[in-house]
Design a protein around this ligand. Sequence first.
Ligand code: GRF
Length: 206
Amino acid sequence: MKNLVLLISGRGSNLQSILQAEREQGWGVHVRGVISNRADAGGLDIARAYGVPTQVLAHTDFPNREAFDRALADALDALEPDVIALCGFMRVLGSAFVERFAGRLVNIHPSLLPAFTGLHTHARALEEGVKWHGATVHLVSSALDHGPILAQAAVPVLDGDTVETLAARVLLEEHRIYPPVVRALLEGRVQIDGLRTRIQPRESAP
Ligand code: GRF
């Protein structure tokens, strides 16, 4: 059975969408744990409600990024993850960490990458006046928000949108596109060729 671990920092709505899909669809995987870098992350309660073991690894307890990354890597190794899904995990991971878990780290980012890497994506999309915005699921590489794209969803930017209304429209799409990609990774249905990827449908999976 494949092992899934999820990393969070906050609210945990993407975490919930994945746990709910796994439960409803019966993925046949072992959800080994949820690790948060913040003790007050709301997602920890969601994990507990689904009966998933939780751990808090506070980045503030470590002298620098490398020390935190090493502790996180050790905590992950103990859980033997086949896939590590970042669900609103707000720490940049160093290249040694990313290389150690290469191909197993997946993230969701609230923009149509490669537009709007980094933070405050919805405010920046409104400022730039784009007519379409959205979300991207991508593999994590050492270039921030630049790993191979696995799925995207676009939403229109409407007259009168605020950061809140736009973020809410994007978030609905996040919850729709992230779980099937996590499942595909766990089932080995993702092919990668440079930055181009292809996800085999379940029916034709070997
Ligand atoms: C989401 O918008 C996600 O794309 C971004 O952080 C937010 C996390 O929200 N990386 P949640 O904790 O999953 O509700």
